[in-house]
Design a binder for this molecule. Structure first.
Ligand code: PHE
Length: 478
C-alpha cells in the first residue's frame, strides 16, 4: 500500500514540505497587512496566543489523523464513517478554490519578479508604467493569463514528481533558501533611515484598537484566528494529507510544535522586512492587499539602484513561498483522487490525476485572473457588477468585490473554519482525544501534556471557531 502512495524520505524533508506549505503568501503578504489594519501589537499578541492554544493542537490532530488512517482529507474521514465524508469534501473543495486564486497571485508575483530582473539588466521591466504598473497589469489579460498558467505549470510539474522526488526534493532546497534571502532583506532594510517606526508599530504595546468601534476585540480575534488557520494550512486537510505520507517512527508531537513555530517566525520576519521598509519610505502598511505589489514596488523604487536587486530578491522569495504552498494545495486534490482510485482496487496514475485536477482548477480560477480584481470594466465582471449591487468597499474587503474575495470567503471564510470546527468536535467528543494520543505514541515517544491538549481540543478550539464563524456571518450580511 505505502509503496503505491509514496512516503517522505526523511523527517527533515517532511518538515521542509510542511513548513513550506504553511509559509506562503499568508505570511509574507497577509500577516503584515492584516497586522497593519488590525492594530499592530494587539493583533500580534492575540495571534501568538492562538498559535499556542489552537494552532499547535489542531496541527497535531490533523497530522495524527492522516498518519493513523494513511489517507488524505476525504479518505481519513471515510475511514471512520461514511457520514463524515462531507467534512473531507469541504476540505478538498477549499483546497481547490484556494489554489485557483493563489495561482493567480503567484503569477502576479512572478511578473513582478521578472520586472525587477529586467530593471536590473537596465531594461524597462515595468513596461513604461513605472509606479502605475499594478493598474496596468490587471488589465493586461494576456500577461495575467500567461503568468497564471506558468505558475500552475510549475506547481503541476513538482506535484507530478510525487511525494519524495517532487514535493520533498523541491522544498528541501527552497525553504532554506527562502530563509536566508529573507534574513538578508531584513538586514538590508534595517539600515534604511526611518526603519525604526516599523519595529515600534509591531512590538510597542498598544491596545487602542480594542476601543476602536470599527474593529474592537472581536474584530481583532476574528482577523487573527482566520489568519492563523490559513497561515498554518489548517482546517482543510492539507496537514492530514501530508501526515498520511509520514512514517510511524516519526515524532508527531515534536513536528506539530516545529511547524507552527517556524511559520510564526517567518511571519514575524516578513513583518520585520515589510513594515520597517514601508516606514522608511512613508508608505502606509494598512493599505490592504495592495501592500505586496503597490507599496513594495514604491519601497524598492526609493532604494536607489540597489533597489532593483533587493526587489528581485524579495519577489523571488515570495515566489518560493507561494510555490511550496501551492504544491500542498494541489496535493490535497491529487491524494484525494489517488485514495479514491486505490479504494476501488485500481492502480492510480499520479501524473494523470494531477494534470486533470490542475486543469479543472485553472478553469475555475479564470474569473479571478480576468476581473482586474474588481477594479471595474474588466473582461470578466466582478460578482458585485453581475449581481447589480454596490461593491462592499474600496479595493477588496467584501466578498462581492471581486472573484478572489468571493472564493476566499467561501474557502477561508466558511469551509475552513467549519471544517476545523467539525473536526475538533469529532476528535474532542466523538472519536475521543485518546485516539490521537495512541497514534502519537506509536513512535515510542510518550505524550506529555495530554491533559492540556484535551482541554484545548474539547473547549478552546471549538469556542474560538464558533466566534470566527459568527463574526463571518455578521460580516457577510454587512
Ligand atoms: N499556508 C499558506 C499561506 O500562508 C496557504 C495555504 C492554506 C496552503 C491552506 C495550504 C493550505 O500562504
Amino acid at each position: 500500500m505505502e509503496n503505491n502512495r509514496g512516503q517522505w524520505g526523511s523527517n527533515f524533508g517532511f518538515l521542509m514540505a510542511a513548513i513550506g506549505s504553511a509559509v506562503g503568501l499568508g505570511n509574507i503578504w497577509g500577516f503584515p497587512y492584516k497586522m497593519g489594519k488590525s492594530g499592530g501589537f494587539a493583533f500580534l499578541l492575540i495571534y501568538l496566543i492562538l498559535v499556542v492554544f489552537v494552532g499547535v493542537v489542531v496541527m497535531l490532530g490533523e497530522l495524527a489523523l492522516g498518519r493513523k488512517t494513511g489517507k488524505g482529507t476525504m479518505g481519513a474521514y471515510l475511514a471512520f464513517s461514511k457520514k463524515y465524508a462531507f467534512v473531507g469534501f469541504m476540505g478538498v473543495a477549499s483546497g481547490f478554490l484556494i489554489l485557483s486564486f493563489y495561482s493567480v497571485l503567484g503569477g502576479m508575483v512572478m511578473r513582478y519578479m521578472i520586472a525587477f530582473l529586467l530593471q536590473l539588466l537596465g531594461l524597462d521591466g515595468f513596461a513604461g508604467q513605472g509606479g502605475g504598473f499594478f493598474g496596468f497589469l490587471l488589465y493586461d489579460y494576456g500577461g495575467m493569463l500567461f503568468f497564471y498558467a506558468l505558475f500552475m505549470i510549475i506547481t503541476v510539474y513538482i506535484v507530478m514528481g510525487g511525494i519524495e522526488k517532487g514535493i520533498e526534493k523541491f522544498s528541501a532546497v527552497a525553504m532554506p533558501a527562502l530563509f536566508f534571502i529573507l534574513l538578508f532583506v531584513i538586514v538590508y532594510v534595517a539600515f534604511q533611515p526611518g526603519a525604526a517606526d516599523g519595529y515600534a508599530f509591531m512590538f510597542k504595546p498598544d491596545f487602542s484598537v480594542f476601543t476602536n468601534p470599527e474593529i474592537g476585540f472581536f474584530g481583532v480575534l476574528k482577523a487573527a484566528a482566520g489568519q492563523m488557520f490559513f497561515s498554518l494550512s489548517l482546517g482543510m486537510g492539507c496537514m492530514i494529507t501530508y501526515g498520511s505520507y509520514l512514517s510511524k517512527k516519526e515524532n508527531l508531537q515534536k513536528n506539530a510544535l516545529i511547524i507552527p513555530f517556524a511559520d510564526t517566525m517567518v511571519a514575524l520576519m516578513a513583518g520585520m522586512a515589510v513594515m520597517p521598509a514601508c516606514a522608511a519610505f512613508g508608505v502606509d502598511y494598512g493599505r490592504g492587499p495592495g501592500l505586496l505589489f503597490v507599496s513594495m514596488q514604491t519601497v524598492f523604487a526609493n532604494m536607489g539602484s540597489f533597489g532593483n536587486f533587493i526587489g528581485f530578491l524579495f519577489y523571488f522569495l515570495v515566489f518560493i513561498a507561494a510555490v511550496t504552498s501551492s504544491i500542498s494545495l494541489l496535493e490535497v486534490s491529487t491524494t484525494f483522487e489517488i485514495d479514491r482510485t486505490m479504494a476501488k482496487g485500481k492502480e492510480p496514475n499520479r501524473k494523470k490525476i494531477t494534470l486533470i485536477y490542475a486543469l479543472a482548477i485553472f478553469v475555475v480560477g479564470l474569473p479571478v485572473c480576468l476581473d482586474a480584481l474588481g477594479s471595474g470594466g474588466a473582461a470578466v465582471k466582478a460578482p458585485f457588477e453581475i449581481l447589480g449591487i454596490e461593491a462592499g468597499g474600496a479595493g477588496f474587503a467584501m466578498w462581492n468585490d471581486c472573484w478572489l474575495d468571493l472564493y476566499d470567503m467561501i474557502s477561508e471564510g466558511v469551509l475552513m473554519p467549519l471544517g476545523a470546527l467539525v473536526m475538533s468536535v469529532l476528535i474532542g467528543w466523538v472519536w475521543n482525544t485518546k485516539t490521537i494520543k495512541e497514534e502519537c505514541e506509536e513512535s515510542g515517544h510518550a505524550f506529555t501534556g495530554f491533559k492540556m491538549f484535551e482541554v484545548c481540543y474539547k473547549f478552546i478550539v471549538p469556542v474560538v471557531l464558533v466566534i470566527v464563524l459568527y463574526a463571518q456571518i455578521m460580516d457577510f450580511f454587512g
